[in-house]
Design a protein around this ligand. Structure first.
Ligand code: ATP
Ligand code: MG
Length: 397
């Protein structure tokens, strides 16, 4: 096992629980990551202590999910999630357990976890508890359900998305019967809230292998959001050329899905997945911009910036470069660096100046736009006096 030791505040949580007669272990993602030699993002502890006892032992701790037995222990600037050993029963809606039962037994708690690699516990004296062969699966780079895969996906359909996300993040294969169960149970994805699917898809998009989204789509997990399925693995390889920023990868995904005939509107697709309005706008601008030829002259770039703003232009430039090659981003950066005006905000005259010249209403708006057009062509002329005299003489004619 790689030598990653938990920080002292995590050890303190374990030893405090144990000193009061409770069993306490590190569990889940942090144990998986430690074995892989990766520094865990967060530390989860499971314990035989009931939530009320955990709250009493750690002043300042918060009951974050009492019905699930989770308490957030706050130690200085750090937080540790402490969850009471529990079993779940009945999943009538394929999402939430109908019943959560606190149990005294670690193995029972591990058995309700999704994959063997996430069902390993580690005690404070370095003993691994691994009843489902998670360490071997880590060694053999495999995602495998704890127990019967079909049943586990029936309980919670989100686990199918998680399987593919971990596979993309860790570069692991999905074991045969687990993959077969994903294909069989994919229609259950329809029972999940779109927001939860969005979060999983986004996490997958941000891994080192975003093209694995093609497997998810191929299995039918996104059917309710797509016009049709397609074999996308090769196409989606290009997603990895974009920086790991959600907006860029969503935008590129929309372009590629549209290209493959899987969606006909980025706005509809992302709206159904409940992305925020700003991202939807940016992605759909990006798809529209990619339908047109890239700007050639500096003035063309400024006209584009004027219409869609810096964020959408930057996103479209990055997506175009990553998917089709080219140097749009460099060209855009140069335009932005030049400081040349492309918006009314930076025009050397404003509405008040034109009011003083006697312009009103529509005529005033038209004049501002005319002056902006002019300045976009002749950036050196974005000077107040010059524009006022131009406005004055144009108005007289
Ligand atoms: P990450 O590094 O992405 O946070 P993680 O394994 O810690 O990975 P979490 O979503 O934080 O993932 O969940 C913590 C642990 O809780 C998992 O390792 C797993 O044991 C369990 N778990 C989480 N979600 C589920 C689920 N839907 N079904 C069963 N077990 C789950
Ligand atoms: Mg986690």
């Amino acid at each position: 096992m790689a030598v990653i030791t938990p920080p002292s505040y995590v050890r303190q949580v374990l030893t405090t629980l144990q000193a009061h007669g409770n069993a306490a272990y590190l569990v889940g993602g942090c144990v998986r990551d430690m074995i892989l030699g990766v520094h865990p993002q967060d530390w989860d502890v499971c314990t035989s202590a009931l939530p009320e006892a955990v709250l009493a032992l750690f002043p300042g701790s918060r009951p974050t999910g009492l019905q699930h037995g989770t308490v957030t222990v706050v130690l200085g600037a750090h937080q540790v999630e402490v969850t009471t050993f529990r079993l779940e029963g009945g999943y009538a809606d394929h999402r939430h357990p109908d019943e959560v039962r606190f149990v005294g037994d670690l193995t029972a708690d591990l058995s309700r976890r999704d994959f063997t690699i996430n069902a390993i516990a580690l005690s404070s004296d370095g003993i691994l508890v691994d009843p489902f062969g998670g360490v071997q699966d880590l060694r053999e780079r495999r995602i495998r359900c704890v127990g019967v895969a079909e049943e586990r996906f029936e309980e919670d359909a989100l686990r199918m998305f998680r399987a593919l996300r971990f596979s993309a993040r860790l570069g692991f294969e999905i074991e045969g019967s687990t993959m077969a169960a994903i294909e069989e149970k994919a229609p259950l994805a329809a029972t999940l809230a779109p927001e939860r699917i969005r979060d999983e898809v986004e996490k997958l998009l941000l891994t080192r292998q975003p093209e694995k989204l093609a497997v998810l789509i191929g299995a039918g997990l996104l059917d309710r959001f797509l016009l049709r399925r397609a074999d996308l693995e090769f196409r989606l390889l290009r997603l990895g050329h974009l920086p790991r920023k959600a907006l860029f990868r969503w935008a590129a995904l929309c372009v590629l899905l549209e290209e493959a005939g899987c969606i006909d509107s980025a706005e509809r697709f992302l709206g159904a997945l409940r992305l925020d309005h700003r991202s939807i706008r940016c992605c759909s601008d990006c798809v529209s911009l990619l339908h047109t030829q890239p700007p050639v002259s500096r003035a063309d770039w400024k006209r584009l910036l004027r219409v869609c703003g810096v964020d959408s232009a930057d996103c479209a430039a990055r997506v175009r470069d990553a998917l089709y090659g080219g140097h749009c981003r460099k060209a855009l950066r140069e335009v932005l660096k030049s400081g040349e005006c492309f918006s009314l905000k930076h025009l050397a005259v404003g509405g008040d100046d034109l009011l003083a010249l006697g312009l009103r209403g529509r005529a005033l708006g038209d004049m501002l736009n005319f002056l902006l057009d002019y300045v976009i062509e002749f950036p050196e002329n974005n000077r107040r006096e010059l524009l006022l005299s131009l406005a004055g003489s144009t108005e007289e004619n």
